[in-house]
Every structure is written in C-alpha cells, then in structure tokens.
Design a protein around this ligand. Structure first.
Ligand SMILES: [Zn+2]
Length: 153
C-alpha cells in the first residue's frame, strides 16, 4: 500500500494508526474505501483486531457521513469473522482514543477460558498475557479469508 494518494492533511507520519492504515506497520487483513482492518504491532494476540479509519481523523465525530454509515456493517462483518475464527463467547469493542488521536476501534475476542477477573474492561490490562504472534497470524489468515469471501451484511 503506502501512503497512496492521501493528502498531507489526512496522514500524520508520527501517528501509529496512520502507519497501520497505510500498510507501513502491523498487518492489514482487509481494507475498503474508508477502513483498514488488521493487527497492530505489539498487540499480536489471536483475534485482537483493530478497525481504523484510513485517513487521520479523530473520533466518530471526525468521521464523514460515508465513514460513519459504513462503520456499523463493517463492525458486524469483522465481529462475525472473529467469532468464526476464534470461537469467542464475546467480542468486545473498545475505542479509547487516549494514545492515538486517530479514530480506531479494537475488537477483542473473549474466550470461555478467560478467567472472570480478566473479563470486561479488565481484559485490556491483561493484554500481554494473550500475545501469541504465531497463533495471531493463523487467526488473522482465517479472518482475512472470511472478510474476502464476499459475504456482505
Ligand atoms: Zn493517524
């Protein structure tokens, strides 16, 4: 990919999410006109998937109408792919916006084996215990296959 045709106002070279969304860091599993979906460097946990605006804009209020309108159907598709690939009982969706001022959401599968005390918002604090780059790559390929299967919602 690369920075493609994004104007400089829509790409911040110091932004980790911009780097991800343009393919310069992490692993993009799926992309469309507005969104990039994949795995961030440093959070290579199986099924932990970031959904990011392709352009540098902050918050859902920074999204265009088209970006906002496509977010719901995309989140459904990605969630279905994660559920299929991991068998998770739940797929959490989190958007903090504290580390990167670039609208992105993290989808986190929560399996039946996750202890009760690590569920809900506590799972973020335990993220390093879920990191498994080899398994994350395998699950990522399953998610990529499902996202490219043409199944639209
Ligand atoms: Zn950015």
């Amino acid at each position: 990919m690369g920075t493609r045709d994004l104007p400089s106002t829509e790409y911040d070279p110091s932004c980790a999410i911009c780097k991800f969304a343009t393919g310069a860091a992490g692993t993009v599993l799926y992309e469309d006109d507005h969104w990039a979906v994949g795995v961030l460097d440093g959070i290579e946990a199986p099924g932990w998937t970031v959904v990011a605006l392709r352009r540098h804009a902050f918050g859902i209020t920074g999204a265009s109408v088209a970006e906002a309108e496509t977010m719901g159907p995309l989140l459904r598709r990605v969630t279905e792919a994660i559920e299929s690939a991991t068998g998770a009982e739940r797929v959490y969706i989190a958007a903090y916006g504290e580390n990167h001022a670039h609208w992105h959401l993290l989808l986190i599968p929560r399996g039946a084996d996750v202890p009760v005390e690590q569920r809900h918002s506590q799972i973020w604090g335990h993220r390093q215990s879920f990191v498994d780059p080899k398994r994350a790559r395998q699950v990522g390929e399953l998610i990529r296959d499902q996202m490219s299967s043409g199944t639209r919602v």
